[in-house]
Structure formats: structure tokens, C-alpha cells
Design a protein around this ligand. Structure first.
Ligand SMILES: *Cc1c(COP(=O)(O)O)cnc(C)c1O
Length: 434
């Protein structure tokens, strides 16, 4: 018999204890009770703990030290305060739009530390980033090669580029699955010869390397290492076709964090222990020996440091089932409602941040204010006795929150967003009362 699934309320409590502080009934972030922050800034509210985000970065940087440079993937959380924090720690960034380029600029990121990926970069986007300066552009279509060549010629500059490759075989679960899947991202490995030819024949483009990105929310370090090994194999084949050494190999993001009771943590010590073999693999190919390795995580860096706080508007019982109806929901936090690509809807870790010392509660469904049953944050989760005005908090909410959500749906206000560090509070967005 499989072991019983751990209780989600215990899982949320463990996460809260490992990331933040608890004082009496209060969850405390950056030295301030969440209850006080909600009273001061209103709800719904995203709170980011800069200390926890730095800790995530430092743990990963240490695990990857001597192997790869970290570029923060801005789409996870594009708040300039968050970008600035990671860059301050030494990260570069990976962006996928002109808007993210502007956010990186606003955060003070140096142009050479910015990598630009994305399957449909527009002419205006290319023009703006080339004019403003960019570390590398990751090419994903023939149209883009033509467009970028013309832009570079017009501006009379040479642009450093990498080729995003959709490999023939993808590494999955440690075993190789033959035949890569169709994808709109990057170029199929089968046609890399043509792509390399086109890039090398454009004097405005300087071929630097390759970019691969195999999957997201990976919690098993063995899978990640297998993908990276496979990525280096692909890079070796591209370098051989190009007949030139590569400067960069971008192995993508995808490092996971636990969201559900029963999820483990990515084991960074084991990840680290697998890296000497990859270094050896790189060293043994003269065309790869001097390449700079990049990984570009988003979720792993930004996710654990953020919580989403909403206030209960009404508590009701319908035919024996308890509902807590809050002012926040899927319009701010689509992922927590289970509607951002999840196959099975399960609850994000959720708790009552001003009732941390409550004895066991009873099951409640926590739902948002939208007029749709999709707007559900938790299904029959154990909650203390709560009523109007009490708070709930969704953990692991620093990545893919507000900007990955349908904020216009039902025309509610945007959430306030703040970053706390060492008792200092930086307001990212303050929602005035409607
Ligand atoms: C989304 C994305 C990432 C970040 O993915 P995570 O799963 O958050 O680490 C990195 N690189 C590219 C190209 C992406 O599109």
C-alpha cells in the first residue's frame, strides 16, 4: 500500500517554518507580522521576502559554482525590485519581450548581462534591444534571422546570437526517449546545418552558442542532470556543424520547487555532485572546452520568497460544506487556482497567517470573488475557525503570480505588491482603494 499522502495543512506549516518566522499566532515576514502588513497596505497583497529570495539564489549559486552562471528568468516575476535583488547577488537575466528588457533596464542590469529568448520577437523589439545593447539574442526562426540581420545592418552593429535548438531526442527521466517533440520554440536539430549556414553568412551576426530548454518544474536532480548532459551533447553536434568553438551553452531553466503535499525539494547537493562529470564532458570536446555555461531559472529563485494574502469577505456553509470567500483569487494567482497548465488540480500550500497557533480546524473550500467555479484556491483544506476580515495566505507565490494571471477578468483591482528586506519595505505596486 502506498503511504498516505501527507496532509496539506502540515505541509504548508512546514514550509512557513522553514522560510519565514512565526511569533505566537502570527506568520512574520522580514520582521513584520503579515497581519500588520495587510492592515497597512490592504488586501489582496503579494509580499516578497528579499532575504528568502537571496537565500534561494545563494544556495543555487553555491551548488553550481565553477560550473554555470545564473541568469534570472524575468518572466517568473518582473518586478524591478526582484530583478535588482538577483542582479545584486551576481545574476544576469533572461528576458522574452521588450517590456522585460525595460524592466531589466529599470533594475539597472547591464546590457551585456541580458539574454533575449522568445519565439516571436518583433521588429520593434529587436530594434530597441539592439540599439540599447544586449548580451545575446537567441534565434528561434528564419524570419527572425532575416529581421535581425536587417536591423543590425541599419544600425551598423554586430549582434551576438545563439541558436535555440529543439533536440532530436529529449532526455526524460534519465532515459532517452527517441524523437524530439514538435515545438514552436527554437529550430529542430534536423535543420541546424541550414540555420548555422544562414547565421554564419550574415556578417552582422556573431554566432556565440546554443540554447536549450527541456522542461519546467523539475524536482528530480537526476532528470535535470540527464537533460544537461543531453544539452551538452547537442551543443557538441552544433559546434561540429558550425566548425567553430562555442562561447555559450545555455541549458535553460526548469528547476522546481515543492507546491503540493508529498513534493520533495530539489537536492542541490546531489545536483552538485553530478557536475564534475559534465565538466569532464565539456573538457573532452575542444569546441566546447572554453564555453561559458548558463542556467536560467525563474521559479526556483523567486517562488519560495513570495506569499499571496487575501481577506475573507464571507464564510458560509452550503449543504454541509464550508466555504471561505476571499477578496483575492485566480485573477491575481491563476496558478494557485490550478488553471495555469496543471493537469490535476491540487491545492497550493495555504494557511491562516494570523492563526498560526490554532488547534486543528475543519475542512473548508477557499474561493475567490469571481463568478466562476474556476476561482478556487483550495478544496477542503484544514482551516481554523475563520470569518469575515480574517486572512488567508498562499505560499510559494513569488513566481508566476500577478503577471501570469488574468488580472482584467471581472475588473477587480490589481493586487498590491511589496518587497521586504531587513525591515525595509519597497512598494512595487500600491492599489488605492477602489
Ligand atoms: C520560462 C522560461 C524559463 C524559466 O523557467 P522556470 O521553470 O521558471 O525556471 C527559462 N528560460 C526560458 C527560455 C523560459 O521560457
Amino acid at each position: 500500500m502506498p503511504p498516505p499522502e501527507p496532509k496539506s495543512s502540515a505541509f504548508a506549516g512546514d514550509l512557513a517554518t522553514s522560510h519565514f518566522d512565526i511569533a505566537g499566532a502570527d506568520l512574520v515576514i522580514g520582521g513584520i507580522p503579515v497581519r500588520e502588513l495587510a492592515a497597512r497596505y490592504g488586501t489582496p497583497l503579494f509580499i516578497y521576502d528579499g532575504g528568502v529570495m537571496r537565500r534561494s539564489y545563494r544556495m543555487l549559486a553555491e551548488a553550481l559554482s565553477g560550473f554555470a552562471r545564473i541568469h534570472y528568468s524575468v518572466k517568473a516575476n518582473p518586478a524591478p525590485a526582484v530583478i535588482r535583488l538577483f542582479c545584486d547577488e551576481g545574476a544576469g537575466v533572461e528576458i522574452a519581450s521588450l517590456g522585460e528588457y525595460r524592466a531589466a533596464q529599470a533594475a539597472g542590469v547591464k546590457p551585456q548581462d541580458i539574454l533575449f529568448a522568445g519565439p516571436a520577437k518583433g521588429a520593434r523589439e529587436l530594434e530597441s534591444v539592439v540599439a540599447g545593447g544586449i548580451g545575446e539574442i537567441h534565434l528561434e526562426s528564419f524570419e527572425e534571422i532575416t529581421r535581425l540581420t536587417a536591423t543590425a545592418a541599419r544600425l551598423n552593429v554586430t549582434v551576438p546570437v545563439s541558436i535555440r535548438v529543439n533536440p532530436v531526442a529529449s532526455a526524460q527521466g534519465g532515459a532517452m526517449r527517441m524523437g524530439g517533440k514538435p515545438a514552436p520554440f527554437g529550430f529542430d536539430e534536423e535543420i541546424i546545418g541550414d540555420v548555422v549556414g544562414r547565421v554564419q553568412s550574415a556578417p552582422q551576426l556573431e554566432l556565440r552558442g546554443v540554447h536549450l530548454f527541456a522542461g519546467t518544474q523539475i524536482l528530480d536532480e537526476a532528470v535535470l542532470l540527464a537533460q544537461w548532459r543531453h544539452g551538452i551533447d547537442v551543443a557538441g553536434r552544433v559546434a561540429a556543424i558550425a566548425g567553430q568553438p562555442l562561447d555559450t551553452i545555455d541549458l535553460g531553466g526548469g528547476l522546481g520547487i515543492p507546491y503540493f503535499a508529498g513534493d520533495g525539494q530539489l537536492d542541490l547537493a546531489k545536483l552538485s555532485a553530478g557536475l564534475p562529470a559534465l565538466r569532464q564532458q565539456l573538457k573532452s570536446d575542444p569546441l566546447l572546452a572554453r564555453a561559458r555555461i548558463v542556467v536560467e531559472p525563474g521559479r526556483f529563485l523567486a517562488g519560495p520568497g513570495g506569499i499571496y494574502v487575501a481577506a475573507i469577505n464571507a464564510a458560509k456553509v452550503s449543504r454541509g460544506s464550508r466555504f471561505l470567500i476571499t477578496d483575492g483569487g485566480m485573477h491575481h494567482h491563476l496558478a494557485a487556482s490550478g488553471n495555469l497548465g496543471q493537469i490535476i488540480k491540487r491545492d497550493y500550500p495555504i494557511l491562516a497567517p494570523a492563526h498560526m497557533n490554532a488547534a486543528e480546524g475543519s475542512p473548508a473550500s477557499i474561493v475567490g470573488p469571481l463568478c466562476t467555479p474556476l476561482d478556487t484556491l483550495a478544496r477542503k483544506v484544514e482551516m481554523p475557525d475563520l470569518g469575515a476580515g480574517d486572512l488567508i495566505a498562499v505560499l510559494q507565490s513569488g513566481a508566476y503570480g500577478r503577471t501570469a494571471s488574468p488580472v482584467g477578468f471581472l475588473s477587480h483591482p490589481l493586487p498590491t505588491e511589496i518587497l521586504i528586506e531587513d525591515g525595509r519595505i519597497e512598494i512595487i505596486h500600491l492599489q488605492e482603494a477602489p
